[in-house]
Write a protein that binds this ligand. Structure first.
Ligand code: NZQ
Ligand code: ZN
Length: 385
């Protein structure tokens, strides 16, 4: 039976890309807006981005909230929500990576909600309205700058949850590859791998004859593989602009339209950040190879296709493609075992399984029929060694 594509696609985020894109900020934010300038731990003050953004905003009423942490917490963001409500702010400008972008989306919704902000994250409250959001991206990785997703952690309960807030999808995103000059290698490595896994989650299922979606997914993955192979050129404009665009395209929604998707790697990996604070990109490289090995039969045909079209292997087996993926991660120095991320506690697998069960992620089902026994084997392998 043929697979039917059925989807609505609308991505209204206006993207301004290039070395002069900061200049458009002045036209993108209404003159009379009361702006919250939201940022992270201070990198923007050290690398000059803060000054450039402030110059572009000249003449507007701007209030600041800094200190959004990597993997933003409800606890921190709630203080920003109070500030927005108190100061009657009506535009949220996030300047940062995925954490700040996600924080901006949460704040934009929570500012118009009288209840507990966690309701928006947990899905108890479905946000139908949000303050307008704009993003100046400083770290290409998540695609958050032009999608409707966000991830927030509640520190008190060690819960990290993904939620979707279409009204808070950024109105615009400024993608200036020059901002990458100050990024530590570690964040560039995370960015390549996060974007790669985003494409995998929308591609590595089973063939449905989606020529455009498959072709585009393979093009983005090949680009990311090339960026890993040319990592020594990371200070060059060509390298930077390719990563910035690839990471955006990987999760702006276009690749996954109408095709089966499987977000199991992400759904499991969040627990490693929630429990151990491991960078998001690194949690993915720890989980994904083991997940693919466990679910190899359900994904065999697509793995073989990926081996040919992304890694250029001749008549590859699915096993060889998984080995190529792992080699690719290792070439970037990414961990593929929990211990390589510095976590050596003996009962780690048990703790991760407990968290997955508590959050309803221990038996995700899907096309590969992921049940608790399979999940346990994946987590066991990722936590061993
Ligand atoms: O906080 P500052 O001081 O700015 O430093 C940040 C942070 O320490 C630093 N950084 C960012 N831009 C920089 C820079 N340092 C120097 N120069 C620059 N230009 O990098 C560190 C990490 O930043 P962060 O925003 O946390 O990284 P990333 O963009 O990887 O975002 C990770 C978060 O996004 C979520 C993750 O779960 C995680 O919470 N995700 C969001 C998604 C979405 N909304 O669609 C999808 C993803 O799968 C992901 O789950
Ligand atoms: Zn991700």
């Amino acid at each position: 039976m043929s697979h039917i594509f059925e989807f609505s696609y609308h991505n209204p985020t206006q993207i301004h890309f290039g070395p002069n894109s900061f200049a458009s900020l002045g036209e993108l934010i209404p003159r009379d807006a009361k702006v919250l300038l939201l940022y992270g731990g201070g990198s923007i003050k050290r690398n000059g981005i803060y000054d450039q953004v402030c110059n572009a905003l000249a003449g507007r009423e701007v209030s600041e909230f800094g200190g959004v942490e990597a993997n933003p917490t409800l606890e921190t963001l709630s203080a920003a929500v109070d500030q927005v409500k108190r100061q009657k702010i009506n535009f949220i400008l996030g300047v940062g990576g995925g954490s700040v972008a996600d924080g901006a989306k949460f704040i934009a919704c929570a500012a118009l909600y009288a209840g507990d902000g966690w309701d928006i994250v947990s899905g108890k409250h479905v946000a139908t309205e949000a303050l307008p959001v704009g993003i100046v991206l400083t770290l290409p990785a998540t695609g958050s700058e032009s999608n409707a997703g966000a991830v927030v952690t509640r520190k008190a309960t060690q819960e990290k949850r993904v939620f979707f807030v279409p009204p808070a999808r950024p109105r615009f995103a400024i993608l200036n590859p020059d901002v990458m000059a100050s990024l530590p290698d570690r964040q560039l490595e995370n960015g390549v791998v996060d974007a790669f896994v985003h494409v995998c989650e929308q591609y590595l299922t089973y063939p449905v004859g989606a020529l455009v979606q498959d072709g585009y997914a393979e093009a983005v993955m090949k680009a990311l593989k090339t960026l890993a192979d040319t990592f020594d050129q990371r200070q060059q404009t060509t390298w930077r602009q390719n990563l910035m665009w690839a990471a955006n395209q990987a999760l702006c929604g276009i690749i996954g339209v109408g095709v089966p998707v499987d977000w199991a790697t992400h759904r499991m990996a969040v627990e490693l950040t929630a429990l151990y604070g491991i960078d998001h990109g690194r949690t993915l490289s720890i989980i994904q190879p083991w997940l693919l090995r466990e679910l190899i039969e359900a994904k065999r045909a697509k793995l073989e296709q990926m081996g040919r079209n992304v890694f250029g292997l001749v008549q590859p087996s699915a096993e060889e493609t998984i080995a190529a993926i792992e080699t690719f991660y290792r070439s970037l120095g990414m961990p593929v075992h929990l211990s390589e991320a510095g976590i050596t506690e003996p009962d780690a697998a048990t703790r991760v399984m407990q968290a997955l069960r508590a959050h309803g992620n221990a038996a995700l089902g899907g096309h590969a029929e992921l049940d608790e026994a399979k999940t346990e084997r994946i987590i066991g392998a990722a936590c061993a060694g």
